[in-house]
Design a protein. Structure first.
Length: 322
């Protein structure tokens, strides 16, 4: 029986790798024409950006650790707290209504418990300063070994798109399986339960986690891609910023117009045993999204192009009276 389960696991892993790998190739092919157009725009302004980068580089006289720290920690940190600062104003005050009317779980965090919010902010800051920051030290030396991170020449736009595709696939694989891992009963009880104290999450809760979970499930899936690819610091800064803002959107509790849908991960916090991944590809392959696909949340899990909240256009079915 154990052998059979192991064979099934390996088969699932191989299938996942094949599907995701094919996805990268298809995605790269589909964006080829767009990337060519964007590359022309990039080339037009390329001299400006290249000159700006060189000025920045020489301003620090090639102090690579300082440059790395600014790109991998300071810029993403500012992106994270700027975005979440706006969300926290809405969470605490209930204003502006342009944000709060898009709440996914009506009546939850309305307003947010300020004591719980302070605890979440404290934990998030501790994870950033005492977990993520030290992890940048070995990453720095890996990047120096590659020799491309502090190049005086910026990467092309097309290459940056390729990198983003690879980063996304690596994050999906590592996050899905480490997330499934911390949901094992013994690890959930002592590690992951902290994150699930919020059944209706808010943005800053994206890094509200036990330090061990923050290492294996939050940080490693994000920084592994750049280390594998030997990426330029500009690519690293952009990717980590995107990853932090994206996970904040997934936890924010608001399905806002013209932003990625957070319904998938919000449903995970609501039900605990559904929707473990980021993109949902591995959840589909492993069947860990079956309940989600039968829910109203799945119908609302789309890019909102109008100003009408999806909770109004696709409301929950009222519960029958007992």
């Amino acid at each position: 029986v154990a052998c059979s389960q192991e064979e099934k696991l390996w088969a699932a892993l191989k299938t996942s790798a094949c599907v995701l790998g094919t996805g990268v190739l298809v995605f790269t092919a589909l964006v080829n024409s767009l990337s060519w157009y964007m590359q022309n725009i990039w080339d037009t302004s390329g001299h400006f950006w290249q000159t700006a980068w060189l000025k920045f580089y020489y301003h620090y006289e090639g102090e690579e650790w300082t440059i790395f720290l600014l790109g991998a920690a300071v810029v993403p940190g500012l992106a994270f707290w700027s975005f979440n600062g706006i969300l926290m104003v809405a969470d605490v005050t209930g204003k502006p209504t342009f944000i709060t009317r898009y709440r996914i779980q009506p009546g939850k965090n309305d307003p947010v418990d300020t004591k719980k919010l302070r605890q979440a902010i404290y934990t998030a800051l501790c994870n950033q300063f005492f977990v993520s920051l030290p992890m940048l030290v070995p990453m720095f030396y890996v990047m120096k070994w590659w020799g491309n991170t502090f190049s005086k020449e910026l990467p092309t736009f097309r290459w940056f798109l390729v990198e983003l595709s690879v980063f996304t696939v690596i994050e999906e694989i590592l996050f899905y399986y480490t997330h499934r891992l911390v949901h094992l009963p013994v690890l959930y009880k002592h590690i992951h339960k902290k994150h699930h104290e919020w059944t209706a999450p808010i943005g800053v809760v994206s890094i509200y986690a036990h330090p061990l979970e923050h290492i294996i499930s939050n940080t490693l899936p994000v920084i592994t891609g750049p280390m594998v690819m030997g990426s330029h610091i500009i690519s690293i800064a952009a990717w980590i910023s995107i990853a932090l803002v994206t996970t904040s959107i997934s936890h924010c509790g608001y399905h806002l117009p013209f932003l990625p849908s957070p319904e998938f991960h919000d449903f995970h916090h609501l039900k605990f045993n559904q929707c473990y991944g980021v993109l949902g590809v591995l959840d589909y392959l492993h069947g860990t999204d079956t309940v989600f696909r039968q829910s109203k949340a799945f119908e609302r899990h789309r890019f909102l192009l109008s100003l009408t909240p999806l909770s109004e256009s696709i409301p929950e079915v009222p519960k029958r009276a007992e």
